[in-house]
Every structure is written in structure tokens, then in C-alpha cells.
Design a protein around this ligand. Structure first.
Ligand code: ZN
Length: 200
């Protein structure tokens, strides 16, 4: 199955020295054109860094003030940072199986080094009696991290109708501030007449 690939996004986020895509961001295999791993890893890193900000820093900054959003049912007040953080975690839960979720939790959310992660994962695998878990060793652990980066990168960029990447579009795509609202022609004419009367 050929994926729909935005060429601009692929080329802009590819590693220039990538030996697989030669900096184009797309590779063609037996199943057709697809994203190169270097692009998916970068997409994952970008969204995850934005999640770190939204989760850990935004609640204590001025950006926590609510913003207005245009929806089919009218204007809605929303907390974009909190929504973004929740959306990312939802995508993680939907896209990854139990093993990769545990790896994500230990490595990215817990911030543990590989030795501590292996201890956590060994306990996890023992709890599940090894069901759906590979052999817990250093090699499989790093392979799992690489795999989950690709899975999540593909999930973040392919979300319909609004994807999480580019992050900028998530925040600015449909959000506007109150002062950016169109005031309408009659209000503008009234303001001009008022200004003329006032001698401006
Ligand atoms: Zn590449």
C-alpha cells in the first residue's frame, strides 16, 4: 500500500546524509513509496519535545491562558497545551502494543537509563509470563525503542483529519485570538465615521 506522503514534509525533515533516502525523505520498497526512517524519527522527536513542554512547562507559564477556537458549532474556549498533551498520550496508547508501551513509559516518561529500564521490563515480562514480550536484553530493548519511534512518527503525521505534526499547525491551524475576529463591515464603517467626526 502506498502511503500518502507530503513531499515537502518528507524533504524538509530528512537527514541530508541518510544513505537510504539520500535526503529526499521517502523510500520505495516492494509495497510502494513510504516515509524514510530518518523522517519518522525526527517527527517523533519533534512531537515528543512539544509534549514535554506542554506537560511540564506550559502549566506554569503564561501560555496556559485559554484561547478561542473556531469550530463548526461556533467559538469554543480551549486549553491547547493540555489538549495536545492528552492527544499525544492517546495516540501512544492506540498505536503501541503492551510491550512497546512499557518501553515508552520506562525510557521516555520515566527517563530511566537502559539498565534500570531492563529491570522494569524484566518485571513486566515476568508479570505477563512472557506473553507478547521479546527476550529482555539490551539489544531487544534498543530495537524496541527504534521501532516505537517509527510507529509513533507514522501515527503522528498520519492522523486524520488533524495531525499532530507539524506541531505548529496543531496549535495555530484553527485557533484565533479575540482581537483577530472579523468585526464586520458595518462596525468598520461606524468606527471610520466616528474617527472622522472626532477629527482623526
Ligand atoms: Zn532517510
Amino acid at each position: 500500500m502506498t502511503e500518502s506522503i507530503a513531499h515537502g514534509v518528507a524533504a524538509a525533515n530528512a537527514r541530508p546524509t541518510c544513505p537510504f533516502c539520500l535526503g529526499t525523505g521517502r523510500v520505495t520498497g516492494r509495497k510502494g513509496a513510504t516515509w524514510c526512517g530518518c523522517v519518522l524519527k525526527r517527527i517523533f522527536r519533534s512531537v515528543f519535545n512539544a509534549w514535554l513542554y506542554a506537560e511540564n512547562i506550559a502549566p506554569f507559564s503564561y501560555r496556559t491562558q485559554p484561547n478561542l477556537e473556531v469550530t463548526p458549532s461556533g467559538l469554543v474556549r480551549g486549553y491547547k497545551q493540555a489538549e495536545f498533551a492528552a492527544d499525544v498520550i492517546l495516540v501512544v496508547r492506540r498505536s503501541l502494543d503492551a510491550w512497546h508501551q512499557e518501553v515508552f513509559r520506562a525510557h521516555y516518561l520515566g527517563g530511566l537509563d537502559w539498565r534500570a529500564c531492563l529491570r522494569v521490563l524484566t518485571r513486566f515480562a515476568a508479570h505477563r509470563h512472557g506473553e507478547g514480550c521479546p527476550k529482555v536484553d539490551r539489544g531487544n530493548y534498543f530495537h524496541s525503542i527504534y521501532r516505537l519511534q517509527l510507529i509513533l512518527g507514522r501515527a503522528f503525521v498520519g492522523l486524520e483529519p488533524h495531525c499532530l505534526f507539524p506541531v505548529r499547525d496543531y496549535y495555530r491551524g484553527y485557533g484565533i485570538r479575540r482581537r483577530q475576529l472579523a468585526v464586520g463591515a458595518s462596525a468598520r464603517v461606524r468606527a471610520q465615521e466616528h474617527a472622522l467626526k472626532a477629527g482623526a
